[in-house]
Ligand binder design. Structure first.
Ligand SMILES: [Zn+2]
Ligand SMILES: [Zn+2]
Length: 380
């Protein structure tokens, strides 16, 4: 199915085929070609992690009678409001279905086809409820049934489903190669570092060095500087390249780098020190990530195995921006380009909502809404 995600509208739903193992747990079928007939196919959004279940799919996955439970709750739910999410099968607005025995937040269910939408955050909360601590003292049979279903479905969903990066981030790779090549070239004396670096005092005086506002982002001062930037570009950049598209991603990097260079020129006190590095451009990518995936857990999107803490992206990035502001205004370390980081971040915050609006329109134009595979009438 290729309907638009009813929650974030940023991506077409992607089918995920699940196969049951001998021990009744589920694994993702990821080979090429058509999946086996016994596979259960759910539709997920790779941007917001939400998932769509056609009627019957939840019971097929959890061997429970969750559908019946949900249907029993339907009488109590109000008609869909103005802001209701549309059924991805094309049946118009869905009901907000309250089902406190399963989860505290309302679920979205289509009255016509009986399909169910679970937000990424709802899936996570159900998964949390399936741990011993999450269950607490609640003993109701219905809760347990919901929890068992959630545990089976969610704990065995492969990690790949949670990772919003799709496809190969070629532009990120190309940039990484370019950074290394230019670093080696400048170390070998083939490229003269001073021709590319922003020297704030010089840019203000000489029009011949204005180009450095654009060029400084491709050079790095040391291996450590290069490795740090490469890590963060790869961490945040692969998802943003996919979400923005290559051309807009390139515009984001160049724009954020240049705007950062400009802010550095206007605000820094280190007017004679050359400044290089992709940090400003990458700060723009971080802003785009913060705006687009605020709830993404950082250890889930990276194989950052050494650190086992799980923090939402927005916490990490708000702390990071705070640090740049404090250091920019109070630090004596003028060689660090705090204002370049802040400028790049501001550029990213400005550009991202525009790109996301374009993206929503483009996805809406390009998806088709397939017919429902289940007729609702025979199940009532
Ligand atoms: Zn979505
Ligand atoms: Zn429907």
């Amino acid at each position: 199915m290729s309907a638009q995600c009813p929650a974030c509208y940023l991506h077409a739903l992607v089918p995920v085929h699940l196969l049951q193992r001998e021990d009744r747990s589920w694994r993702q079928w990821d080979e090429k070609g058509a999946p086996p007939a016994e596979a259960v196919t759910i539709d997920t959004c790779p941007v917001c992690f939400g998932a769509w279940f056609d009627q019957g799919e939840i019971d097929a996955l959890g061997d429970g009678a969750v559908d019946a439970l949900l249907r029993a709750q339907e009488g109590a739910s109000a008609a869909p409001g103005a802001g209701a999410r549309p059924c991805p099968r094309g049946h118009g607005p869905m009901f907000e279905l309250r089902c406190p025995a399963l989860i505290s937040t309302p679920l979205d269910r289509c009255g016509a086809c009986g399909g169910l939408w679970l937000d990424g955050e709802e899936r996570r909360r159900l998964a949390a409820a399936s741990t011993k601590e999450g269950q607490g003292t609640r003993k109701e049979r219905l809760v347990r049934r919901g929890v068992i279903w959630a545990a089976q479905l969610l704990t065995h969903l492969p990690v790949e489903v949670e990772n919003p990066a799709r496809g190969t981030p070629w532009l990120v790779y190309a940039l990484l190669v370019a950074y290394v090549a230019l670093f080696v070239a400048s170390a070998e004396g083939l490229v003269y570092y001073r021709d590319w670096a922003v020297v704030a005092g010089k840019v203000v005086r000489e029009t011949s060095s204005v180009h450095t506002i654009f060029t400084h982002q491709f050079l790095h001062g040391s291996w450590l500087h290069l490795l740090g930037n490469a890590y963060f570009l790869h961490l945040f950049g692969d998802n943003i390249e996919h979400l923005f598209g290559r051309l807009r991603f390139a515009a984001l990097l160049i724009g954020a780098g240049a705007f950062g260079g400009l802010m550095h020129t206007l605000l820094t006190q280190a007017t004679a020190t050359p400044m290089v590095g992709a940090s400003g451009a990458i700060a723009g990518v971080m802003a785009a990530y913060l705006w687009s995936f605020p709830h993404a857990k950082l250890f889930q999107t990276v194989p950052f195995v050494l650190i086992q803490i799980k923090i939402p992206a927005w916490v990490y990035l708000v702390v990071w921006v705070g640090l740049q502001v404090v250091m920019g205004f109070f630090s004596q370390e003028y060689e660090m380009a705090w204002f370049s980081h802040l400028g790049g971040f501001v550029f990213g915050l400005g550009m991202t909502p525009l790109v996301l609006r374009w993206r929503r329109r483009a996805v809406a134009r390009n998806v088709t809404v397939p017919a429902a595979p289940y007729a609702r009438a025979d199940s009532r």
